[in-house]
Design a protein around this ligand. Structure first.
Ligand SMILES: *Cc1c(COP(=O)(O)O)cnc(C)c1O
Length: 452
């Protein structure tokens, strides 16, 4: 027998797929299609990367939220939070389902109007309303959620010259047991600011019509009890308004902030195991409102401004592997064609990411990088994936909230966004950007235009 050539022994640290109690760890299951439409087909037709929104899931999430609250409290109205995803097609799905609009800028107000939402069904929040915004809101009879005393005074000026009293609600911030407390928006309850503002509104009731009280606790709130506490405090404030100021309160708006099923960075459990069911939130709110002491025939309307919880699940980001490599410390790294500029929420979430085809080979902890020439472009610090190769495709799940409004045009152009309708037909709802689009507002001064 010939002597075999010498081979240097190597040591390789097993960083993934150790035997767990139930056998070898499985990697993420491949996801080859979205609602029956093959992912490779979508990418071939619309390019990579690609955002996909499922109309069916948008409607399902809306109906689930409405059902959770509506089966426990008789008067419920949802108002779609525009900033969470203001692609018109998405907004229109929610408006078709019956949602009002919740906007936080003059631009969003115009968008809601253009989407056919009647002014009185637009709730105008935010700390940045300009004089022009207030005039426009009063003109179209949107409901203005007062954030601060300066805004109240500006609105009183605007109201002075108008035939109808602008309708307002007071944004209140309060201690519901959430830390850190969002006390920068609205008037504080516990220190008396909110009551003082309500007295001012009462004194100006010839110029303003108070119709509601509002409170938005924060975002991705994992404690249903906080909503119960907020509802109880708002309800008590509403009753006091009626009794002491003779101001009847038409609605209590508990804002948004309900979590999606995403996994927060640092969370021990995956999102679907860590996030309480919507029913728990609805039960906490309904119990508080029904026990607050309103006359049964005079229950205020309950308004909810859910954003994330309605749209996250419906969004997918599809992309393609550009390269793989080993880092200096031996870790596997994979570069895909979408970066943190498109997937803004990767700063907070450990997104669930699936390969499209079943790859053989051991899963391994991988760093997932985007294509930007920036060190911060890390989509996942460590994700267990089978050995992907250039050209392989991946699906990122639960990306519907905030990414398509907070995305940045940076280094690359933003890609197509398609809506899969309930029949599985794909519609482009935002076209991929072009260099021409990007430069259409640029101007080059004459002295920089070359003569040659
Ligand atoms: C952003 C925002 C919402 C939606 O918040 P989510 O956490 O996405 O549900 C609702 N109301 C107000 C006032 C907001 O600023």
């Amino acid at each position: 027998m010939p002597k075999l050539p010498y081979e240097r022994p190597t040591l390789r640290r097993l960083t993934a797929a150790p035997l767990a109690k139930f056998g070898p760890q499985a990697g993420p299951r491949p996801v080859a299609e979205l609602e029956g439409v093959p992912v490779p087909e979508l990418l071939a037709r619309f390019g990579s990367p690609l955002f996909v929104l499922s109309e069916r899931q948008l409607r399902r999430s809306y109906q689930a939220m409405h059902r959770a609250f509506g089966t426990r409290y008789p008067r419920v109205q949802l108002a779609w939070s525009y900033k969470t995803n203001y692609l018109n097609a998405v907004c229109r799905v929610f408006h078709q389902e019956g949602a009002w609009a919740e906007v936080v800028s003059g631009m969003e107000l115009e968008k809601a109007l253009a989407n056919g939402v009647p002014g009185p069904q637009i709730l105008f929040n935010g700390p940045g309303k300009t004089l022009a915004d207030l005039r426009r809101a009063a003109e179209v009879e949107a409901i203005i959620h007062l954030d601060n005393a300066d805004e109240l005074h500006r609105l009183l000026d605007v109201a002075a010259g108008r035939p109808h009293r602008p309708r307002v609600a007071l944004r209140v911030n309060l201690d519901a047991g959430i830390f850190p407390q969002w006390d920068r928006f609205g008037f504080n309850l516990e220190n008396g600011q909110a009551w003082q503002a309500l007295q001012q509104v009462a004194e100006a009731s010839d110029r303003l019509e108070l119709v509601g009280l509002h409170c938005h606790l924060g975002t991705f709130i994992l404690q249903p009890a906080a909503y119960g506490a907020a509802a109880a405090k708002l309800a008590a404030l509403a009753l006091r308004c009626q009794q002491e100021l003779q101001l009847p309160i038409g609605y209590l708006d508990l804002g948004g902030g309900f979590p999606s099923q995403n996994t927060l960075k640092g969370s021990y459990l995956p999102g679907p195991d860590a996030v309480p069911p919507l029913d728990d939130y609805a039960a906490a709110v309904a119990d508080a409102l029904l026990g607050a002491g309103f006359r049964p025939d005079a229950l205020p309307l309950l308004v909810l401004e859910a954003g994330r919880a309605l749209v996250d699940e419906a969004g997918y980001l599809l992309g393609t592997v550009l390269a793989t490599k080993r880092l200096a410390d031996g870790r596997r790294a994979t570069v895909v064609d979408f970066g943190v500029n498109l997937l803004f929420t990767s700063y907070w979430y450990d997104h669930h990411i699936s390969p499209v085809r079943a790859a053989s080979g051991q899963t391994e902890a991988t760093v997932l990088y985007g294509p930007l020439c920036m060190n911060i472009d890390v989509l996942r610090e460590s994700i267990s994936l089978p050995p992907l190769v250039a050209g392989d495709q991946v699906v990122v799940h639960r990306v519907g909230a905030y990414n398509m409004s907070q995305w940045q045009q940076f280094i690359t152009l933003r890609p197509n966004v398609v809506l899969l309708d309930t029949q599985g037909q794909a519609h482009v709802i935002r076209e991929a950007e072009t260099l021409e689009y990007l430069q259409q507002n640029e101007r080059v001064p004459a002295h920089l235009v070359s003569e040659q």
